[in-house]
Design a protein around this ligand. Structure first.
Ligand code: BG6
Length: 507
């Protein structure tokens, strides 16, 4: 039996994963993301001893804070963790620095350069820098230019630029932004972040598919009847109306998180698990994807918006009543759609995507429904035979399930579906790291595998262009249907599947 081919060099490189001396520079350090996600993720890396001893974080924003004030604010924001790990926090906090910087001001950027040199001397960070743009997306282009102009992106082996989502607001703005950032640095320096790719269970789509020989032969149009990808949230728009009103669910969730789950589910196996082989396959499958009806796109997409709902004890406001939302807003908080992928593997297999806020459950999953058995030998307990389903549970209750028929107990030969269940929690017993822990470490390691390449992000926007154009030019053709907060979205979304004789999975 021939040995399974591995590339020893590649395996060695991937296992080493040691972060070099490093200064992580966060622009937008006074914002939400910094204290909610980035600093907690860095503290976690610190406690796991995965950061080098020569390490610093430089927070930058316009507020005139001092180092001490920045440390204090982060400590308050992470009060729970700090209480549990007091001495670790004290050591970690001594790596936190702050510099008031407005990236639009040349003087500020010059001062930033000087401060970075001082940090290099103090912490021996050797000019290795990861710049994290957690600012308003309107400043991604100008922020990148300011860093490049100051020479801070000049050395591709020492400087990296992480850019938060959304990367552009449509196909042409994404192309334009790509032109700008690629004029400032090389593709290998640019890390377009999508935090879904940091989730263990999203990465597990790849491992499940490509580490197990049983799945690949049946992972195609001959065996799979349809695929459903869901990202359901119970929260509403929260305090983010300013951003969300111009974004909506299509831009906020579908173009990035759902599309990434689609790409990993549908891509071909890469030759190697290296960044470019992986990203080539993802880009290719997205380039082959299209709306189920490109001529009449309104027929394959449903938009919804939550209205007032909940119970007497726990009332939930409608979207239009949320703080900062236009009372006549037509922004969608729910989207469902049908796509096809025009390639040999997937021709004719519908991919249904749905996401929404204020749904009854927080849940993200990918469900592959297989074709039914060609001959029905047994009576099915529920009346009709069930199709096998592979359910990849992204969150919560991370894991996977497989639904198949067994003999129902008792006399006779009736079949009944059962669920075989794998749970990360039960099998591994420890919670997975937050997505940002993995992604921040990878960015500092210079490993772009789990980041979106320029062609990929453009392909993702291109896919939804007919819908975005319709919303812009003829919104009445793609109206927002009401759904009561706390329900599974508008009935029009059910019709989208009913037309194909199907139903959304009700988890
Ligand atoms: C963000 C969106 O990217 O993802 C939010 O902007 C959304 O609107 C969030 O709530 C969902 O992420 P998660 O990890 O909670 O599923």
């Amino acid at each position: 039996m021939p040995a399974t081919p591995t590339n020893p060099l590649r395996v060695g490189l991937r296992q080493e994963r040691v972060i070099s001396p490093q200064c992580l520079v966060i622009f937008g350090a006074s914002g939400d993301l910094t204290h909610r996600k980035l600093i907690p993720a860095l503290f976690e890396l610190f406690r796991q001893r995965r950061l080098p001893s020569e390490f610093a974080v430089l927070g930058c924003a316009r507020r005139p804070w001092s180092d001490e004030e920045f440390r204090q604010r982060m400590e308050e924001a992470l009060a729970e963790e700090v209480k549990q790990h007091k001495s670790a926090w004290q050591q970690f906090a001594s790596c936190l620095f702050y510099e008031p910087v407005d990236l639009q001001s040349d003087d500020d950027v010059v001062r930033l350069g000087t401060r970075l040199e001082a940090i290099d001397r103090l912490k021996a960070t050797r000019s290795n820098r990861t710049f994290y743009l957690s600012v308003s997306p309107a400043f991604y282009g100008s922020g990148s230019r300011a860093l490049a102009k100051a020479g801070l992106l000049a050395d591709p082996s020492r400087s990296r630029l992480v850019i938060e989502k959304p990367f552009g607001t449509d196909y042409s703005s994404a192309q334009q932004l790509n032109r700008v950032v690629l004029g400032c640095g090389q593709e290998q320096q640019i890390f377009r972040i999508d935090h879904y790719l940091g989730k263990e269970t999203v990465q597990n789509i790849l491992v499940l598919r490509f580490a197990n020989a049983i799945f690949e032969p049946i992972w195609n149009r001959n065996y799979i009847a349809n695929v459903q990808i869901t990202a359901a949230e119970t929260v509403g728009v929260e305090e983010r109306a300013g951003y969300y009103e111009t974004s909506g669910a299509l831009r906020d969730m579908v173009q990035n998180h759902l599309t990434q789950m689609l790409a990993l589910t549908a891509m071909e196996a890469p030759g190697h698990f290296d960044p470019e082989s992986m990203r080539n396959e993802k880009a290719k499958v997205l380039q082959a994807a299209r709306l189920a009806n490109e001529v009449e796109p309104w027929k394959c997409c449903v938009r919804g918006q939550y209205s007032r709902g909940g119970s007497h004890a726990k009332p939930m406001p409608g979207y239009r009543e949320e703080p900062g939302v236009n009372p006549n807003s037509t922004t969608e908080t729910y989207v469902a759609m049908k796509l096809f992928i025009d390639n040999w593997r997937w021709q004719g297999v519908p991919f249904y995507l749905r996401t929404g806020k204020r749904l009854p459950k927080r849940l993200s999953e990918v469900v592959l429904t297989f074709r039914k058995a060609p001959v029905q030998l047994f009576d099915a307990a529920g009346g009709s035979p069930t199709a096998n389903q592979l359910v990849l549970r992204i969150q919560p209750d991370e894991g996977a399930g497989f639904v198949f028929d067994v003999k129902a107990p008792g006399s006779g030969m009736r079949s009944r579906p059962v669920d075989m269940h794998f749970s990360y929690d039960e099998s591994f017993g420890e919670p997975s790291d937050e997505g940002y822990v993995r992604l921040l470490a990878d960015a500092m390691l210079g490993d772009p595998t789990l980041f979106t390449r320029s062609d990929e992000v453009e392909a993702a926007w291109r896919l939804y262009t007919p819908l975005l154009e319709l919303i812009e030019d003829a919104p009445s053709q793609l109206p927002v249907h009401n759904y009561e907060a706390g329900t599974w979205g508008p009935s029009a979304a059910d019709n989208l599947l009913a037309d194909d004789g199907l139903m959304w999975r009700r988890p």
